[in-house]
Design a protein around this ligand. Structure first.
Ligand SMILES: Nc1nc2c(ncn2[C@@H]2O[C@H](COP(=O)(O)OP(=O)(O)OP(=O)(O)O)[C@@H](O)[C@H]2O)c(=O)[nH]1
Ligand SMILES: [Mg+2]
Length: 227
């Protein structure tokens, strides 16, 4: 007689167990963790570069940068002034999982940091299923990708707390419609926050920085109450 084991379910259960450990550790240290997800090339690293350049003297921030190959992003982020940077090269996996993040955190002294960004592998499908112990997922979408993406990849938009629409400097060069993408995202997740910006021109970045500062403060307050 054979017994069927749902391997996928077991893997995700183990992932959730490790994610809970990460979440507890980061809460103890009062560190906000944001998991940045998007299609390849939407601008995750560009947004982090701008954020480190502009806020590095105000908010100490660490980043774990995941890629299938190369540590290009980690090197870009170190050059932009991130307090701490760790690359993860998945060697083929199309998403990060909690074990990879926990391993990357080993030996990383986060005590001086108030934010840990995790830049996930560019992919709108698989990363939505893996909890990395983050407080929130932030999904980026750029104006070159098509405004129907929230409808086509609903899990990612449903599980994200904030949608950042990047590359607004390129609006008008395709038929991407700003109002339509917002409407599509809200049809999937009526609580999703929305920001629009351009990492190229800097338009809209101040609203992202305000959101980040507010979210860091609220994490500090929640973590202090729980302590
Ligand atoms: N025009 C324009 N280009 C941008 C903007 N933001 C990023 N880019 C360009 O888009 C390309 C991809 O940006 P990345 O920041 O590497 O994107 P990513 O999401 O980190 O990519 P992966 O890590 O490979 O998934 C680069 O050539 C950037 O210079 C923007 O606001 N406007
Ligand atoms: Mg990147």
């Amino acid at each position: 007689m054979t017994t069927r084991i749902n391997v996928g379910e077991k893997v995700l259960k183990e992932n959730d167990r490790i994610a809970a450990e990460i979440r507890a550790e980061l809460s103890r240290k009062k560190i906000l963790s944001l998991n940045l997800v998007s299609s390849p090339g939407s601008g995750k690293t560009s947004l982090l570069e701008r954020t480190f350049q502009d806020l590095k003297d105000t908010i100490p921030m660490a980043v774990i940068a995941g890629d299938v190959q190369t540590d290009n992003d980690a090197r870009r982020l170190a050059a932009a002034g991130a307090t701490l940077v760790r690359p993860i090269v998945t060697g083929g996996a199309c998403h990060l999982d909690a074990r990879m993040v926990q391993q990357a955190m080993t030996g990383l002294d986060l005590s001086c940091c108030r934010v840990l960004f995790v830049e996930n592998v560019g992919n709108l499908v698989c990363p939505s299923s893996y909890d990395l112990g983050e407080d929130m997922k932030v999904v980026l979408i750029s104006t070159t990708e098509g405004d129907d993406k929230p409808l086509k990849y609903p899990a990612m938009f449903r599980r994200s707390s904030l949608m950042v629409i990047n590359k607004t400097d390129l609006l008008g060069h395709s038929d991407f419609d700003l109002e339509r993408v917002k409407d599509n995202a809200r049809r999937i997740n009526d609580k999703i926050g929305i920001l629009e910006l351009s990492c190229r021109t800097g338009a809209g970045l101040s609203a992202w920085y305000d959101w980040l500062a507010r979210t860091v403060d609220s994490k500090q307050r929640r973590a202090s109450k729980g302590a």
